[in-house]
Design a protein. Sequence first.
Length: 270
Amino acid sequence: MTHVRPRVMGILNVTPDSFSDGGAYDSVEAGLTQAMKLIGDGADILDIGGESTRPGAEPVEVHEEIARTAPVIAAVHARWNGPISIDTMKPEVARAAVAAGATIWNDVTALTYAPDGPDLAAELRCEVVLMHMLGEPRSMQVEPRYGNVVAEVRDYLAARAEAAMAAGVARSRITLDPGIGFGKTIEHNLALIAGLGTLAELGFPVLLGASRKRMVRNIDPSATEADDRLGGSIALALEGARRGATIVRVHDVRETVQALAVQAAVQAAG
């Protein structure tokens, strides 16, 4: 029996202030070098972002975000024919990214940031990742509350998928993301990962992005720095794969690819 592992989406932040790697790859040359490393490490998809969405992050002007991302996307696209994702909430940035070679629009606002978001996604004919976020990055972690977090996130994402399809986005181009850490407590995050199967039942691919996030520090207080969280990040990726994630979005591509390959081999043997 062959076990199909989730696709691994490698994170490339061309920002000065992202929580894990801000400032590390904020030139075209550095971004391209890191992109090729992630591809060499086994990334199936590259996710390139030019605006931090960490808690408390400040917004970035459209022209600045385009200047950060489009040249890196074009440089990667010239050397690699795999899928490139633009991590942005702004339609103008998505348009520029697709023109540069991106084929996926990964939007933390599920196409709600601008009224024309769903229409533009349909026009661009790109894949879209619709993510759940409570509030906006600057305030999302201020006392987030839910009645039933799994049901509420599922219903919200189902509605956003319907809105995208109503605008003309093909069902086959939609992926859902529960938004781990985006307006959620540790209890909410754990419930959502445990309940991924409920989200998968909607019939769309599911993306899990939990790499290096604060929830690992909540469980292991010694993991104060983002790059201290490799073990927890791999555990979350494996658990996500077991519970129905079809894409895992990670910083540590090589280690995650290896862990998923071992997991798949054991499952295939059983």
